[in-house]
Design a protein around this ligand. Sequence first.
Ligand code: PEP
Ligand code: MG
Length: 324
Amino acid sequence: RARTLAALRDLPAVTPDGRRVELAVNIGRPEDIAAAEEFGPEGVGLFRTEFLFLDRSRPPGEETQWQAYVAAVRALKGRRLVLRTLDVGADKRLPFIDWPDEMNPALGWRGARLSLERPDLLQTQLRAMLRAAAEGPVSVMFPMVTTLEEVRRLRHAVEEAAASLEREGVAHGRVEVGIMVETPAAALSARALAGAVDFFSIGTNDLTQYTLAVDRTSQQVAALYDPLHPAVLRLILEVGRAAEEAGIWAGVCGELAGEPLATPFLLGAGMAELSMHPRALPEVKRVIRAVRYDEARQLAGELVNLPTGDEVRRRLRSFLAERG
Ligand code: PEP
Ligand code: MG
């Protein structure tokens, strides 16, 4: 088994009928790339930048951030790096931010909502990201979006950062701009949002939490937390279709991307990229290489009509069993 997985490393993630999927990894710091290399990642689909901001009494400056981002760009040697802007609030709080007193912080001031009200933090981060993009392909991704208005303002913020670097004559590169789809509103508005972004990356951890109204950190309701609930799958399929129609790429960077049982569904829903914990990559690749895209598409359409997550799992298990 270990030998087979090692042999898989240099093979492409392509279905028998020729559908290619990019398999990327999620990281929390640039050093994670070296550690992930043994699994053959094709890029980084989610760099959670929070680590730069934790355990500090003041926010990190542009130089500190640039060093971390450019280290990741260099380690990737031409492979894509998706940098997510600061995603704090909810359960992650920083000492240098004045937190409001909220009854439901997960529904409150977090992610891009906070970034839009702290242009000082956002501009510094975007400038560092754009500067890193001078050395390789970088995509900027915004978390916790619910409206087109937010997307327009965030895109504008990227243009502003680029213009300031341009004026100062500081080297920088062009970036793709995308959003995490992790709220039901974003998934259900995917057709409207698709025209304003270069890509979608589905955050199934939060999307599950918000769709099912199940706090992802609560043990009390953990049994209800199910990313394979047909309601969640229906939203993922909607996002995939919207992306196809608009001609942009869609991927998944939530935990579900690293779950081999879910791979036939995500493939069939039109996901062009799956970003996961490095160790999950070989198994997911194995499934992709065993499953036909046309069959996965048909399966995806069936799964969203099943009544329960358990039935989804049963159907996925038998689908996979039939295909080795
Ligand atoms: C997600 O919500 O699925 C996600 C990838 O982001 P995080 O887990 O960091 O909230
Ligand atoms: Mg999230």
